[in-house]
Design a protein around this ligand. Structure first.
Ligand code: PLP
Length: 392
């Protein structure tokens, strides 16, 4: 099928609720995508921080083939072997006492489950969240998303129950967490909001205040989790252990799956009937999730990403210092890197595309680099070259 035919069908039969680029891909391999005409692109977007092991990773492809020939879905009316195995694999990567996993289908649904768990566990209903955050598009996840543009048209949501503070403000955090707070929900790095990392003190204070007031700390690791930041989880940069972690994106390397992880004690708040999903934790999705987690562990992906990302960030900072202020800041950790571009972000995106490189722009002016974690040095250099030529 040709691109024009895809565009025509899209316009005729799909909701027009995505601002799509006019690109259509047929296949992928490692960090490369190939469009309908066979043109190759270096992908620095990874399906929005999803395809961490790259396209067509042999272990993932093998699991999909093998598992789909046996069993795709049975429901949670029965014991699911693959689900239990994936939960054990995830738990083995988590610090104590985080050992119980509930599988869902997306990041928003993971946060939805995390919030419901916190409400029920604490018998409270207020949530502290941050401006500029992004937690997903379902009603509760959207309520704690501190960006009006996503909520507009859907109010009032749960907004009466959400206390928003500036990300990073220890002072505001101290004023916001009270004995009515069920949970504080934080991204370890604000991704969608423009790749904004936090200081250690902010997370430590959140942990302390949650302990003091009996609230739960939810770390939304949907984007930062599973080695993206150079640690298995983003919260590990801050030496805190949250009460609940939400995961999705990289967990299925493209297969839609999410999860929350909590301690046995917190998890025991959910009893049969408290929460559930028909598809959540199906054998195919969880077999893939197990392969993802085990592959990342075997390949020491966290260490690889810390090294590679650190090196790339240095190179980008060096380019930024020579950019005459056109790159105002280079932020991030591991392989989630933001270039604060002032007015130039969209033009850089177009220039990169001309040169066969896909990049993402978020928060208006930030080029967000979230490539597959298996990114090669050659692809990093290709982007640096385009950036230098754009700036010259
Ligand atoms: C931090 C964070 N939380 C939640 C979500 C929502 O995930 P999903 O789109 O899978 O519902 C996203 C998606 O970008 C995210 O970045």
């Amino acid at each position: 099928m040709k691109l024009d035919q895809v565009k025509e069908l899209d316009r005729a039969h799909l909701f027009q609720n995505y601002g799509r680029q006019e690109l259509c891909f047929e296949r992928g391999e490692r960090e490369f995508l190939y469009d309908l005409d066979g043109r190759r692109y270096i992908d620095m977007v990874a399906g929005i921080a999803v395809n961490s092991l790259g396209y067509a990773h042999p272990a993932i492809t093998h699991t999909i083939r093998e598992q789909s020939e046996r069993l795709v879905h049975v429901s949670n009316l029965y014991l699911v072997k693959e689900q239990a195995e994936a939960a054990a694999a995830i738990a083995s990567t988590c610090p104590k006492p985080l050992s119980s996993v509930l599988f869902v289908n997306s990041g928003a649904e993971a946060n939805e489950a995390a919030l419901k768990l916190a409400f029920k566990h604490t018998c409270r209903s207020r949530v502290v969240s941050t401006y500029n955050s992004f937690h997903g598009r379902t009603a509760a996840a959207l309520s704690v998303t501190g960006q009006k543009k996503y909520q507009s048209g859907f109010e009032p949501l749960l907004s009466g129950a959400v206390d928003l503070i500036d990300y990073g403000s220890v002072e505001q955090l101290k004023g916001a967490v009270t004995k009515d707070t069920a949970a504080v929900i934080l991204e370890p790095i604000q991704g969608e909001g423009g790749v904004i990392p936090a200081e250690r003190e902010f997370f430590r204070t959140a942990r302390d205040l949650c302990d003091e007031h009996g609230a739960l700390l939810i770390c939304d690791e949907v984007q930062t989790g599973l080695c993206r930041t150079g640690r298995f989880f983003g919260f590990q940069h801050y030496d805190v252990v949250p009460d609940i972690i939400s995961l999705a994106k990289a967990l299925g390397n493209g297969y839609p799956i999410g999860a929350i992880v909590a301690s046995k004690e917190v998890a025991s708040t959910f009893v049969p009937g408290s929460h559930g999903t028909t598809f959540g934790g199906n054998p195919l999705g969880t077999a893939i999730a197990r392969t993802v987690v085990e592959t990342m562990r075997e390949e020491k992906m966290d260490i690889q990403v810390a090294e590679k990302g650190g090196r790339w960030m240095e190179q980008l900072r060096d380019i930024a210092t020579r950019s005459g202020g056109r790159i105002r800041a280079v932020r991030g950790r591991g392989l989630i890197i933001g270039l604060e571009m002032g007015g130039d972000a969209k033009r850089l995106q177009a220039k990169a595309l001309e040169n066969g490189i896909l990049i993402n722009v978020c928060a208006g002016s930030v080029v967000r680099l979230i490539p597959p974690l298996i990114l090669s040095d050659g692809s990093m250099k290709a982007f640096n070259d385009v950036l230098e030529s754009f700036l010259s």
